[in-house]
Design a protein around this ligand. Structure first.
Ligand code: CA
Length: 433
């Protein structure tokens, strides 16, 4: 762990406090502006319009290409420039928004600050790739127990970071309603034909997404020791999953339509720089576990390659909202228990020469822990729908029903450091019946 840093104070009203969006955070988003979007950065309950600030000359001390990148509708151009672009940008924004900024600067910046509740926030990245890993060994083991009680973990698990290629076109900003998908399901009751109907076994998966920076050329793997600087930031991700569609289609090639109907990504990207104080040692491997192959092994990564991010899942239903209840907590996990680190995912993804591109999304897979209450999806919590959970308001759920709204929240805290809150990732299920 790094030494605690003095919490930074900002002159922006309401920016200093325990809300997790202080000057030490500064996540990036994009705000709808006429028929396009302006990149922006969040401070407390305010949003700084980066596009307008750059146009006004407030970013003039940065390289021209960085100023131009700030005037694009998505972060991809900035990400392509690499950390030598986004580190000075963050330093400048921190200085501009800091308490000791000059009066003249504050007056100029004030023009470009808006209340977040007055802005329509959209996804600040246009991912061309989305890969979903399976990095939680506790998730892998608990899911494995449901289907292969004798050998829950497959023999490859501790050697290779398992993943599938997801669908970037259906990655949507958190807050977007999620349509219950129709799909083929296993024939039941002696039927000859499979069904084709709205998925009955709709589930969520609580995950952390890593957003890639410059990426790599096709044919040039990223070494594990360099992988960290290739990751720009993180956001919460909900990998919605239709278990009944998935169960019928996944053999032999893996998930397809059971997952590609929607993936919700929180629209504020937290830069890795804001998470430095919350780096922790990678999960220790058991003595009996195999050592990772050399291309997945790095001392620095073992020492601080994991992140201490608590993740909570809350649910609200039509009934709970009608009763005026706040969203109800159903599970809570932490990314520090993952078996594979972000650097290992990047190194593995590119180890065959595959190219990662700016804005690509690499997700951890469901974040679960050893305890049942830290299970990050209903598949685990309800043992594949056979043991429904009772919600705090008395309702039962085996799977999600229409009108259910799932909220993922992420939180980092540590003594002596201002906390960082990951923007919530919200999605409500609607039916197309
Ligand atoms: Ca997943």
């Amino acid at each position: 762990m790094r030494e605690p840093l003095e919490p930074l104070q900002s002159w922006v009203e309401g920016a200093n406090g325990p809300h997790g969006f202080g000057l030490n955070h500064l996540p990036y988003g994009a705000m709808r502006h006429q028929d396009t979007a302006h990149l922006c950065v969040r401070i407390g309950e305010m949003v700084l319009d980066l596009h307008a600030a750059a146009k006004d000359g407030l970013l003039d001390s940065l390289a021209t290409e960085v100023q131009r990148a700030c005037q694009q509708p998505v972060l991809n151009t900035l990400l392509a420039l690499g950390s030598s672009a986004w580190i000075p940008l963050r330093e400048l924004l921190t200085a501009l928004l800091a308490e000791d900024s000059s009066g003249a600067t504050k007056t100029r910046l004030d023009w470009f600050l808006h209340f977040v509740e007055h802005c329509e926030i959209v996804l600040p990245i246009a991912p061309r790739g989305y890969t979903d890993f399976y990095a939680s060994i506790d998730h892998a083991r608990r899911v494995g127990e449901l289907f292969r009680p004798d050998a829950p973990l497959l023999p490859n698990y501790k050697h290779v970071p398992i993943a599938y290629n997801g669908r970037p076109s259906s990655v949507v900003a958190g807050g977007t309603a999620v349509r219950r998908p129709w799909g083929q399901t296993r024939p039941v009751g002696g039927a000859e034909q499979p069904g084709f109907e709205p998925a009955a076994a709709l589930d969520y998966e609580a995950e952390l997404a890593f957003v890639m920076g410059a990426g790599n050329e096709l044919g040039s793997p990223i070494a594990i020791g360099e992988a960290r600087e290739h990751v720009f930031g993180v956001a919460l991700l909900n990998d919605w999953s239709a278990r009944d569609i998935q169960a019928w289609e996944y053999q032999p090639l893996g998930p397809f339509l059971g997952k590609s109907f929607a993936t919700s990504l929180s629209p504020w990207i937290t830069p890795m720089a804001a998470l430095e104080p919350f780096r922790v040692a990678a999960r220790a491997r058991a003595e009996s576990d195999p050592l990772p192959l050399p291309y997945l092994a790095d001392e620095g990564d073992e020492e601080e390659g994991a992140l201490d991010i608590a993740i909570e899942v809350r649910i609200s239903t039509m009934a709970s909202r009608a009763a005026g209840l706040a969203p109800m907590l159903i599970s809570h996990g932490n990314t520090r228990g993952l078996y594979w680190t972000a650097a290992q995912m990047v190194a593995h993804h590119t180890s065959n020469g595959c190219n990662l591109e700016p804005g690509d999304v690499l997700a951890t897979g469901t974040v679960s822990g050893v305890e049942r209450e830290s299970a990050g999806c209903l598949l685990e919590l309800t043992r594949n729908g056979t043991e429904p959970v009772t919600l705090p308001n008395g309702e039962e759920r085996a799977w999600l029903q229409d009108g259910d709204e799932v909220t993922l929240a992420g939180w980092c805290e540590r003594d002596g450091v201002a906390p960082v809150a990951l923007e919530e990732c919200v999605g409500r299920v609607w039916s197309s019946r």
